[in-house]
Design a binder for this molecule. Structure first.
Ligand SMILES: [Zn+2]
Length: 70
C-alpha cells in the first residue's frame, strides 16, 4: 500500500525507507493510499469446497479458473 506525504503529496512504496526516515521535503507524516481499483474479492466458499481440498489438508486451486472474469 503506497504512502503519500501529507506535505508535498509525493507517493512512496510501502517498503521505501523514506516512509520511516521522512520525506525529502522534511515531513514525516504519510497517508496510506487505499486503492479501490485492482482489488479482488474472492468467494472462498466457492473456492475451498468439494474436490478442491486434497487428502493432506491442502487446497488445490485452479487459479486461472478462480480469477476468470476478474
Ligand atoms: Zn514530502
Amino acid at each position: 500500500m503506497p504512502h503519500k506525504c501529507v506535505k508535498c503529496s509525493t507517493t512512496y512504496e510501502n517498503d521505501d525507507p523514506v516512509v520511516i526516515d521522512g520525506c525529502a521535503c522534511g515531513a514525516k507524516v504519510f497517508l496510506y493510499i487505499r486503492s479501490t481499483e485492482g482489488k479482488y474479492t474472492l468467494d472462498l466458499d466457492a473456492l475451498f469446497t468439494g474436490d478442491a481440498r486434497t487428502d493432506d489438508g491442502k487446497y488445490d486451486i485452479d487459479v486461472d479458473a478462480a480469477f476468470k472474469g476478474m
